[in-house]
Design a binder for this molecule. Structure first.
Ligand code: NOJ
Length: 547
C-alpha cells in the first residue's frame, strides 16, 4: 500500500540507536547490516510492529567524543556501521517494506576533527576562516588569565569557549570543546549544509531529525546571558536569551525546509533544545515537526499527563501537529521512570502498557525508542564507568546522569549476549535478559510487545486516531486519563486507569448516537463487544472504544 503524502503526520516513527540495535560482524557495536537483518521486527512481515519510519541516530564518521553527535564527515558512513553501499541496501530494504528512513542531522556543530574545523583553526585568513565562531579575548583578568568573549556555558559543563593556540582565538561550542559550533551567519556554511541535505535526499532519505536546531544562531553581538543567582555554574545557571532562539533562525529554517520540500513527501523533525511548548509550536510547519519534550519528565499521574496535554493544546491549537515522545537516547527509559519502587516489575510492565496506549492514541506523531516495545529499563552503569561524555563531566556545578543507561544493546533473544552480537557488547545486556527479550515477548500474547503490535494495528485502521482532533473527557475519576479522538465520521474513546485499583467511569456521549464498542483493552474484553455503563476499569487497564 502506498504511504500517504503526509505520512509524517499519520505514521509512527521508531528511533534506532545504531550502536545498540544489532551487530552483524561481531565487533560488539551495532551496524547497518544488523538493522537490515532485523527489519521483520519493524515492518513488512505479519508479526512486525508495523512502524512507518525509522530514525537512525547519527551514522556518519565520528571520533565519538559524543557518540556520533560530533560529525567528521557529513556525507559519509562510519566504517563501524558499514559502507555507503550498506546504507543504500538499508534504504532499499526499508522502502521495499514501506518503511521510510530518517537521518539525524547534527548541524549546530561539527567534530573538531572535521576538515572544515581543521582548516578554520589554522588562521584568520583562508576559505574556512569564518566557518566557526571565533573571537579574540577581550583582555586579561586580574590574575592574568585570558577573559572569554562572554559568560556562556557549555551544556555539558564548563565554559562554552575554548582557547585555540594555533589560531590564537577562542571558539564557541555549545556542547563539548570537541564540538565547535558552525557559523550559520556565513552563507558558505549554509550552502554547504544544503549540499549535505541534497546529497542524502538523492540517496533516497525520506526525512531528517535536526539536532538542537534552535541553537543554530547566536546573538550577533554575543551578549552575555542573564545569570540566575544561586543556580550553580552549569547550563541551568543562566537564562538562555542570547545563545538560542535568535530571530535569524526563522529565515534560515525556511531555506533549509525549501531544500527538503524540493522532493515531495520528505519531512523534518526539529529537536527543540531546552524550550517550551509555545516555542515548539512557533517553529512547526507542514511537513516539519518539532519535538517538544513536555511529556518526558512527567510523574506517573493521570492528572500530570492531563495537565501537560492541556498546556500543549493551548500552545499548539487545532492546526499545529504535535509529536509524542516518552523516551529517547538522552533520557531515562520511561518504563523505568514509571516503575513503582514498592512493587515488582509486572506493575511496571502494566504501566508501560498504559504509556504505550497513551503514546499511540494521542493526537500527534508518535516516536518510539528501540526497546520500549519490550519495556526495557535503565542499565545500572555508574557515572564512573560511563562512556557518555555528559556523565564523565558531571560535577557539583553541572550534575548529570549517565545516558549509557538508556543506550544498551537490544535483547533479541535469551542466551548469551541476547542475539545482539557474537562478540563483546560495547555495553552490557540487561540483567533480566532471560525474561525480557523480543523473541520471548513475541510468543506471549499478554506481553508488552504484543500490545504494541495491537496498538499500532488499531491506529493504522483508524482515521480518527491517525488524524482526528482530540478533546478531554471527564469520566468522573481523577486517576483515569480519558479523551476522545474524532474525525468526520468516527470517534474513538480512550480511558487509561493510572491507578492500581478498579475505577468506575462514565462514558461520553457517542458522536453518532450508536453504542461504544471495544476496540482494544489490556484486560481480556472482547474487541467488537458493546460497552455499556457501568464500566469498571481494572487496575491499570487501558481501554480503547469506537462508536
Ligand atoms: C542532542 C542530542 O540528542 C544529544 O545526544 C547530543 O549530545 C546533543 N544534541 C549534542 O549534539
Amino acid at each position: 500500500m502506498a504511504a500517504a503524502a503526509d505520512w509524517w503526520r499519520t505514521g509512527v516513527v521508531y528511533q534506532i540507536y545504531p550502536r545498540s540495535f544489532a551487530d552483524s560482524n561481531g565487533d560488539g557495536v551495532g551496524d547497518l547490516a544488523g538493522i537490515v537483518a532485523h527489519l521483520d521486527h519493524l515492518g513488512g512481515a505479519s508479526e512486525s510492529l508495523g512502524v512507518d519510519a525509522i530514525w537512525l541516530s547519527p551514522i556518519y564518521p565520528s571520533p565519538d567524543f559524543d557518540f556520533g553527535y560530533d560529525v567528521a564527515d557529513y556525507t559519509g558512513v562510519d566504517p563501524r556501521f558499514g559502507t555507503l553501499a550498506d546504507f543504500e541496501r538499508l534504504v532499499a530494504a526499508c522502502h521495499a517494506r514501506g518503511i521510510k528512513v530518517i537521518l539525524d542531522l547534527v548541524l549546530n556543530h561539527s567534530s573538531h576533527r572535521h576538515p572544515w574545523f581543521r582548516a578554520s583553526r589554522t588562521g584568520r585568513d583562508g576559505p574556512f576562516a569564518d566557518w566557526y565562531i571565533w573571537r579574540d579575548s577581550p583582555g586579561q583578568t586580574p590574575t592574568a588569565r585570558r577573559r572569554r568573549p562572554n559568560n556562556w556555558r557549555g551544556f555539558f559543563g564548563g565554559p562554552a569557549w575554548t582557547w585555540d593556540e594555533t589560531r590564537g582565538q577562542f571558539y564557541l561550542h555549545t556542547f563539548l570543546p570537541q564540538q565547535p559550533d558552525l557559523n550559520w551567519r556565513n552563507p558558505a556554511v549554509r550552502a554547504a549544509i544544503k549540499d549535505v541535505v541534497r546529497t542524502w535526499l538523492a540517496r533516497g532519505v525520506d526525512g531528517f531529525r535536526l539536532d538542537v536546531f534552535n541553537t543554530f544562531f547566536k546573538d550577533a553581538a554575543l551578549r552575555s546571558n542573564p545569570v540566575r543567582p544561586g543556580a550553580g555554574g552549569g547550563w541551568g545557571s543562566q537564562v538562555h536569551l542570547f545563545d538560542r532562539n535568535r530571530p535569524e533562525l526563522v529565515g534560515a529554517l525556511a531555506e533549509l525546509r525549501a531544500v527538503v520540500d524540493e522532493r515531495p513527501g520528505r519531512m523534518t523533525v526539529g529537536e527543540l533544545f531546552d524550550g517550551t511548548a509555545a516555542e515548539a509550536a512557533s517553529y512547526a510547519a507542514p511537513g516539519h515537526l518539532i519535538f517538544d519534550f513536555a511529556l518526558l519528565g512527567l510523574p506517573w499521574s493521570a492528572a500530570a499527563f492531563a495537565e501537560a496535554i492541556r498546556k500543549r493544546d493551548a500552545s499548539f491549537g487545532p492546526e499545529v501537529w504535535p509529536t509524542n515522545v516518552l523516551s529517547n537516547h538522552d533520557q531515562p527509559r520511561h518504563a523505568g521512570r514509571y516503575d513503582d519502587p514498592g512493587a515488582d516489575a509486572s506493575v511496571g510492565d502494566a504501566r508501560a502498557k498504559i504509556a504505550a496506549a497513551f503514546l499511540l492514541t494521542q493526537r500527534g506523531t508518535p516516536f518510539l525508542y528501540y526497546g520500549e516495545e519490550i519495556a526495557l529499563r535503565a542499565l545500572a552503569i555508574p557515572n564512573s564507568e560511563a562512556f557518555d561524555p555528559q556523565a564523565r563531566r558531571s560535577s557539583a556545578d553541572a550534575p548529570a546522569w549517565n545516558r549509557d543507561q538508556a543506550r544498551g544493546p537490544m535483547p533479541w533473544q535469551s542466551g548469551r549476549d541476547g542475539g545482539f552480537t557474537n562478540g563483546q557488547p560495547w555495553l552490557p545486556l540487561p540483567p533480566d535478559l532471560e525474561f525480557r527479550n523480543v523473541a520471548r515477548q513475541a510468543r506471549d500474547p499478554e506481553s508488552v510487545l504484543s500490545l504494541y503490535r495491537q496498538l499500532l494495528r488499531v491506529r493504522r485502521e483508524s482515521q480518527a486516531l491517525q488524524r482526528g482532533s482530540q478533546e478531554a473527557a471527564n469520566v468522573g475519576d481523577a486517576d483515569v486519563l480519558a479523551y476522545r479522538r474524532r474525525d468526520a465520521d468516527r470517534s474513538v474513546f480512550v480511558a487509561l486507569n493510572f491507578a492500581s485499583r478498579p475505577a468506575a467511569i462514565r462514558l461520553p456521549e457517542p458522536a453518532r448516537g450508536g453504542p461504544w464498542r471495544i476496540s482494544l483493552t489490556t484486560h481480556r474484553r472482547k474487541p467488537g463487544d458493546l460497552l455499556a455503563e457501568p464500566v469498571i476499569l481494572a487496575p491499570l487497564e487501558a481501554l480503547i472504544a469506537y462508536d
